[in-house]
Design a protein around this ligand. Structure first.
Ligand SMILES: Nc1ncnc2c1ncn2[C@@H]1O[C@H](COP(=O)(O)OP(=O)(O)OP(=O)(O)O)[C@@H](O)[C@H]1O
Ligand SMILES: [Mg+2]
Length: 330
């Protein structure tokens, strides 16, 4: 009897604790990364949605550092895999190795057997190896020799890439880009932020030693699970659902795009907006939450027409004009 009465507040407490832990993640990352708040928030949203993230930005803007810091702030296993031109699919997923002692083949787990995989510079590796990673991202298991081996739970890939026009890169197959929940653009720092970076370095900050910089694990699997459950309870009015659908439909008729966002893109936008609303401490989604997440959830799911590309139109610019034209529900 008393238990039944006490149950609802306990759920709320779990959720509150989880939110506090996830917000602390941002504080931990901020101990070593100056600025880049939007990117760090995107990473936290992806964790909450069990979604994979792609970070894109020019070299040296802390893409790797940010994800390493996130890994250090989480009580989860995390591995980093540098994608190089000679990396083989088996180096990603694992492979069968012959054990001379027992004379049998045994599966040696690849780096994907972890909770948070930093897939660094994913577009430096040839398509075959990229495909191996993209496949396990979708299936969350590795199949070798007829046996399916499930990956740990959660399994989240945070991949980085340099903008595709860089030399010696293999663009990710467009058809598979939508396996990433979010594509986050990592901008150059402002002048003030860059000064902050220099001050930290001048004072002795060593990016290789995150523990020395005070980054501690502050959230774990239980927080993510409680957070995820709470995000699922976030309310969405019918008008807001319709707004998401209308935005995606508008991308499909945009004259600048040859491919618009799919229904999968629409569900991604819904999930990300719910996670964002919950992180802000709200239990319902507003149209502004949808607007805030539209670019990172949809920019890699639309394809520009060649003419638009020639005119230097960007996916973000098209999404902005879609956001400006589709009527916002009250
Ligand atoms: N916003 C920032 N805050 C703190 N340090 C930064 C920031 N931006 C750059 N740095 C410094 O620059 C270094 C390079 O960052 P990092 O290696 O993470 O870049 P990257 O974006 O992964 O580059 P690449 O594309 O070449 O891999 C960091 O180790 C850090 O010292
Ligand atoms: Mg890097």
């Amino acid at each position: 009897m008393t238990e039944a009465v006490a149950a609802p507040p306990a759920v709320a407490d779990d959720a509150t604790r989880a939110r506090e832990a996830l917000v602390r993640l941002r504080t931990e990352v901020a101990k070593v990364v100056v600025g880049q708040d939007a990117v760090v928030t995107g990473l936290v949203i992806a964790l909450l949605c069990r979604g994979h993230v792609l970070l894109e930005g020019v070299p040296g803007v802390a893409k790797t550092l940010m994800i390493r810091a996130l890994g250090a702030a989480l009580n989860l296993s995390s591995k980093r895999l540098q994608f190089t031109p000679d990396l083989m699919p088996g180096d990603v997923t694992g492979s069968l190795v012959f054990d001379a002692r027992t004379a049998v083949f045994e599966f040696r787990e690849g780096p994907v057997f972890t909770n948070l995989l930093l897939a660094d510079e994913i577009n430096r590796t040839p398509p075959k190896t990229q495909a191996a990673l993209l496949e396990v991202m979708e299936e969350r298991q590795v199949s070798v020799d007829g046996a399916a081996r499930p990956l740990p739970e959660p399994f989240i890939v945070a991949a980085t890439q340099n903008p595709i026009e860089y030399e010696g890169t293999y663009p990710l197959p467009e058809a598979q880009l939508d396996r990433f929940l979010l594509k986050l653009s990592v901008p150059l720092p402002t002048r003030e932020e860059e000064l902050g970076v220099l001050r930290a370095h001048h004072a002795g900050f060593d990016p290789r030693n995150l523990a020395a910089a005070g980054v501690r694990p502050v959230a774990g699997a239980a927080d993510l699970a409680a957070g995820r459950a709470a995000v699922q309870r976030v309310g969405v009015a019918d008008g807001v659902l319709a707004y998401i659908v209308d935005l995606c439909r508008a991308t499909r008729v945009s004259p600048s795009l040859e491919l618009g966002a799919s229904p999968r893109g629409a569900t991604a936008l819904l999930g990300a907006a719910k996670a964002w609303a919950w992180l802000l401490g709200r239990d319902y989604v507003t149209p502004d939450d949808v607007k805030a997440l539209a670019r990172p959830t949809l920019r890699h799911r639309v394809r520009l027409r060649p003419e638009a590309q020639l005119e230097d139109v960007t996916a973000d610019a098209v999404l902005d004009s879609v956001l400006a034209t589709v009527p916002t529900p009250r």
